[in-house]
Design a protein around this ligand. Structure first.
Ligand code: M6R
Length: 604
């Protein structure tokens, strides 16, 4: 949530910072701002706007602002409404010290009251503004000294980038539970909250760790600990649209590739095994595990629900799935034979991290399935598996979700083979996982049919999504995607629950998307669909190739190829992703940046 960029070096045109900031716009896009130090005038100039970064760009091109260092921010509002005053950067009373911030200052009310009593004047409703005043309070000519003292009083999370007119040729950066990195290109430094911002500028980065404060000047940077730069595994093409009109469509269409990457080098077909390097160190402990708790949020939670069916059916491990936001407030009963698995694309979701930390406090083994390399979840878990799905920029999670499902299938194979799963069953699962990228390619060929169905139903005000067993979580995911992207009310239900209430909603204007794949629960789901048909509800089916009888009760059918039942969700979700994408586009919405949302939810 929110994006930060800072620059110090020979370049004086802030436009290069804006190019980097635009790559972070998916993390927040309510408002944006920048502060630039002009060495001739010895002044810091600030520009802010409501809305997208392009508005800030317009303001910059109409001004004569230049200089270095500069700091920038794109905001997803948490504390304080969306307006220019609340946009970052925030300054102290005299406009000497300027701060951009990601995270939350939990004790800002107390600090603000104190500072007001001491004579500080606040202009915004934000928590961030207390930081600039607190730093002002301690400033005696050395910025990092003042930052260090100020942060001792702060409770919460932060990634901070700060400049000062009275200690001008430096940037001070600090981080606690919110990512921040320094990109190094000779004597130029680009500081950002996400590697996507700097990958076209340099691949040499230093990640700031918790409680570290860095001072960066054109000559050098200084952190408390001496650290060796790492190489980031990111290519510029990964964060470009490659000819697609939206990142969401690009990410849906690249799933054959992302799924190939997620399984690459991880399947031993002959032995019917999954080779998961990140679990090697804990493999003996995993043999002893008698119970697994999965924690996640949103789409990753739906992946966890599919994982529950896989792991219970094939690995014989009892699984419980909980929202990060609920687990953190429960009093879970945990013992030494329980492990916790956190699933997160970003690895930065605050509720998932809080649940993980709670489990660590209780001393149980913690695991992660994470896409972003080096993220908080990946650093704080005992062991885990990376998705290797590549960066996901669209706010709606698509390729990360299918990759999570694939990794869960690999984990099932890994844990299953440690237990009762036979060699033959292991080989069968391994063989089917290997085929997945090719089958996904085939499902993507339904793209134009799905688009026509979206055109037909674009005026519908409500949708139901139903499925059973492995496809129950897919019904939830289909509904979430549609809400998120097209702002249409949608409900996901276990098909068997229809007659316990939701059936009352059904009439000829209330369409249902039914996942009716040929599997162990097909007949049951079919009879639930028939009950809808009897009440004149239009049905759009996702069915298995070769099933012609389904046409008798449905308005429209999208066919997907046959696979092992536990892998069906990877295929059945794809038409639903495409459907929500086209519905959003037909309605004229910005599908990559849906209103009120942000890519990674780093606040509770
Ligand atoms: O980064 P995470 O996987 O932890 O994110 C969890 C959710 O915020 C995320 O999946 C969200 O629900 C998506 N926007 C859904 O498309």
């Amino acid at each position: 949530m929110c994006g930060i960029v800072g620059y110090i070096g020979k370049e004086t045109n802030p436009q290069i910072g804006l190019e980097a900031l635009k790559r972070l716009e998916y993390r927040g896009y309510d408002s944006a701002g920048m502060a630039v130090f002009n060495f001739e005038k010895k002044q810091i100039y600030c520009l802010k706007c409501v809305g997208r970064i392009s508005n800030l760009e317009d303001k910059l091109s109409n001004s004569a602002i230049f200089g270095t260092p500069f700091i920038m921010h794109t905001r997803w509002a948490t504390t304080g409404r969306v307006n220019e005053v609340n946009a970052h950067p925030h300054s102290d009373c005299k406009g000497n010290i300027w701060v951009v911030h990601n995270g939350i200052i939990e004790n800002y009310q107390e600090l603000k009251e104190e500072l007001i009593k001491e004579g500080h004047r606040f202009v915004s409703e934000t928590d961030t503004e207390v930081l600039s005043h607190l730093i002002e309070k301690y400033f005696k000519g050395n910025l990092e000294e003042a930052v260090r003292k100020a942060l001792k009083e702060v409770k919460g999370t932060y990634a901070l980038v700060i400049i000062s007119r009275e200690d001008p040729y430096k940037i001070v950066a600090a981080s606690l539970s919110s990512p921040l990195l320094i990109g190094i290109n000779g004597k130029e430094y680009l500081i950002a909250s996400d590697p996507a911002a700097i990958v076209s500028y340099t691949k040499k980065i230093i990640n700031l760790e918790d409680n570290e404060i860095a001072t960066i000047t054109p000559e050098k940077f200084f952190i408390f600990k001496e650290k060796v730069p790492q190489e980031i595994e990111l290519e510029v093409e990964d964060i470009q649209k490659e000819g697609y009109s939206h990142f969401m469509l690009k990410e849906i269409m690249e799933q054959p590739r992302s799924l190939k990457h997620s399984q690459q080098g991880r399947i031993l077909l002959e032995e019917g095994l999954a080779k998961l390097g990140g679990l090697e160190d804990v493999k003996d402990k995993l043999k002893e595990i008698k119970r697994l708790i999965i924690v996640a949020c949103g789409t990753a939670y739906h992946a966890g629900l599919v994982g529950e069916y896989m792991l219970e059916e094939y690995a014989g491990i009892p699984v419980e799935v909980d929202f990060g936001s609920e687990f953190r407030y429960r009093k879970p009963i945990l013992d030494e034979n329980t492990a916790l698995l956190a699933i997160s694309q970003s690895g930065e979701t605050a509720d998932t991290i809080a649940a993980l930390r709670e489990a660590k406090r209780k001393g149980i083994l913690t695991l992660g399935i994470v896409n972003v390399v080096g993220s908080t979840v990946s650093r704080e878990t005992d062991a885990g598996v990376y998705n290797h799905a590549g960066p996901e920029i669209g706010v709606a999670s698509t390729k990360a979700f299918t990759s999570q499902l694939e990794v869960l299938a690999l984990l099932t194979l890994f844990l299953g083979r440690q237990r009762e799963m036979s060699l033959v069953m292991g080989q069968r699962i391994a063989k089917e996982i290997l085929k997945i990228p090719e089958l996904v390619e085939k499902v993507l060929q339904t793209r134009s049919e799905v688009k026509k169905i979206a055109e037909k139903y674009k005026d519908a005000k409500n949708f139901l999504f139903i499925g059973r067993k492995y496809n129950y979580p897919i019904a939830l995911e289909g509904a979430l995607k549609l809400k998120e992207i097209s702002y249409i009310h949608a409900e996901g239900y276990g098909a068997g629950e229809m007659k316990h209430g939701p059936l009352a909603l059904i009439d000829k204007n209330f369409p249902t998307i039914a996942i009716l794949t040929s599997d162990s629960v097909y007949k049951k789901t079919l009879s639930n669909a028939e009950e809808i048909k009897t009440r004149e509800g239009p049905i759009i089916a996702i069915a298995t190739e070769g099933n012609d009888e389904i046409k008798n009760i449905t308005e429209d059918v999208i066919y997907i190829p046959k696979t092992l039942e536990m892998l069906t969700p990877i295929l059945s979700v794809i038409p639903l992703q495409l459907f929500s994408y086209y519905m959003g586009v037909l309605k004229g919405y910005d599908v990559d940046k849906p209103r009120n949302l942000a890519k990674s939810v780093t606040v509770e």
